[in-house]
Structures are given as structure tokens and as C-alpha cells.
Design a protein around this ligand. Sequence first.
Ligand SMILES: Cc1cc2nc3c(=O)[nH]c(=O)nc-3n(C[C@H](O)[C@H](O)[C@H](O)COP(=O)(O)OP(=O)(O)OC[C@H]3O[C@@H](n4cnc5c(N)ncnc54)[C@H](O)[C@@H]3O)c2cc1C
Length: 302
Amino acid sequence: MVIAGGGIAGLTAALASARLGRKTLVLTGDVLGGLLLSIDKVEGFPGFADGIPGYDLCPMVQEQAMGAGAEFATTSLDGLERRDDTWRIASDNDRVLARTLILATGSTLRQLGVPGEARLHGKGVSQCASCDAPLVRNRPVAVVGGGDSALQEALTLAETSSRVTVLVRGEKLAAQQAYRNRVAAQPRIEIRHNTVVEEILGADKVSGVRIRDASRGAAIDLEVAALFVYIGLQPNTAFLNGQIKLEPSGRIPVDGRMQTELRGVFAAGIVRSGSAGRAAASAGDGTAAAVAADRYLTDGVW
Ligand SMILES: Cc1cc2nc3c(=O)[nH]c(=O)nc-3n(C[C@H](O)[C@H](O)[C@H](O)COP(=O)(O)OP(=O)(O)OC[C@H]3O[C@@H](n4cnc5c(N)ncnc54)[C@H](O)[C@@H]3O)c2cc1C
């Protein structure tokens, strides 16, 4: 069984597959841990009432999977090709034959695509609040987005920054009530609705952000030392090269057993259609996909 993806879905699939006695190889992509790697406090994961850092959780699951016999390679899946009843899997530097494949390649945080963003990336434009919060201690920062990730990271930043302005394009926050309540109770966080980011300002590091209030129409410059962008996710599926018809969102359609339209290929985690988007859901998907793949290898029924 080959598993593409070293996030919580791939790691949990590897654990379940190895425990079922399957020869298991995980292609982790660039870095093990996926999105959780940069999250200081993963909330709502069963067993950790006070939360757990993602960079602790993922190596724990990897160790458990390795203990059960799974092997890991720090490489990316580049393409797949059907050979009789196996899949020929191409990665950066190797070819592997697999009888079944679990796609757990997750998603990448979207970028704004405004002037200044690419130039100032790593110089104040960030998508990792816990990594970069210490660099902007006691200084004003802004967060773009109104979903769970944006508010969660705004709360992290409010612990050390002097002021956190959350820039929300629409009139409402999409985040769950628990985060909305905590943000409302945090005096250092201010929410600006109907606000669009037009440009990120600064010569060699971020000094501000040009925003436009949709209702009043005038652009203003907001002074900030950093801008954190959490405006949604782009599923990592480019390597499929059209081999699977994707949803309009870019996610991989699956049935209740995580089966894709390709025989022997499953998908798990936030890359699959209908994902609940939380870490525990991705972990559950990984187990479900591995169990279904094991059954498929045993009985050959698709
Ligand atoms: C800011 C933020 C805060 C969050 N906080 C929480 C929280 O508190 N609680 C919670 O439950 N959830 C939280 N989430 C959601 C959680 O991070 C995700 O649900 C979960 O990490 C998804 O796991 P995944 O394994 O499906 O995908 P990912 O984490 O995206 O992992 C995908 C993996 O696939 C690899 N990969 C990509 N392309 C390839 C390829 N071609 N070949 C091989 N490997 C590849 C990547 O390197 C990565 O290792 C948060 C998300 C964000 C962005």
C-alpha cells in the first residue's frame, strides 16, 4: 500500500495499514506533518483536552506507524500510471509499484495575489502565526480571513502583539461560534468587515497594508508589522493531471469507503470531497481508507 501525504490523514492511514500487516510506504511530500506542523495548539483533537502542538502530534503518530512497520520517504508523488492490477507510482527520484494507493495530499493555504505579497513573503507576509509571532512582539499586525483558521491564529497573535486587526471581506464571520466568542472577549483584536486588501506595503519588510472599505469606497493605509493570510485552502491534486474528475473546489470525489473513480485508489483527509476539515476527521479518514484498501486487497471487490 502506498500512501501519498505525510499529514495527519496519511500518517493515520500508514498506522492502520501497517497494523493490518500490509507492506506500507508513505511518500510524505516536502515536510512531515502537513498543515498541523505550523499550529501551536491543535484544538478539539480527542485525548488532548488542553490542545497539543501539531509539531508534537504528527511525529508521535509517525513513530507509532513506524513501530507497526510503515516505511517513510521524503518525496512527492508526481504521477501514477495503471499497469494491469497495479499502479506505477512516480516520485521525485523513484518508481514504485503499488497494488493500492491512498491519496492524502491535503491542501495548501491560498494566497491573496495582491501587489507586495510575493515580494514580502517571509519579510512580514506569513501563513504561520506561531512561527512568526515572536518577531512582531508588541507590534500591530493584521490577519486576513474570517474562518476558523483566521480567528484561531488571530487569538494566537493577540497573546503577544499589541493589536490584531482581522480583515474580513464579507459582512459575516464564517468561523465557528467558539472562536467568535473568544475573539469578542479579546480586547486586542478588532474585526473590520467589508474590507478588501489591495496591496501590501513596505520596501524590504512589511510596514502596512492598503485596504478598501467596500461600503465607503475609500482606500486607507493601515500600519502593521506583519500580515497573516488565512483565506482558504487549495487542494493538492496537480499531480493527477486530469486522471480523476475533480469537484469544482478541486477536491477528489470519494464514496463512503473513500474509494475514488480509479480502481485501487482511495482518498483521505481534506483533499477528499465532503471532508469536515478538522484534524480528527482527517485522522478518521486515514483509518477508514486503509481499512477499505485492505479489504479491497483481500477480496478484490471494487
Ligand atoms: C491555521 C490553521 C489552524 C488549524 N487548527 C486546527 C485545530 O485547532 N484543530 C483541528 O482539528 N484542525 C485544525 N486545522 C485543520 C487541520 O490542520 C487539517 O484538517 C489537517 O491538518 C488536514 O490534514 P491532512 O492530512 O488531510 O492534510 P495536510 O495537513 O494538508 O497534509 C497533506 C500532506 O501531503 C503532502 N503532500 C502534498 N502533495 C503531495 C504529493 N504530491 N506527494 C506526496 N505528499 C504530498 C504534504 O507535504 C503534507 O504532508 C487548522 C488548519 C489551519 C490552516
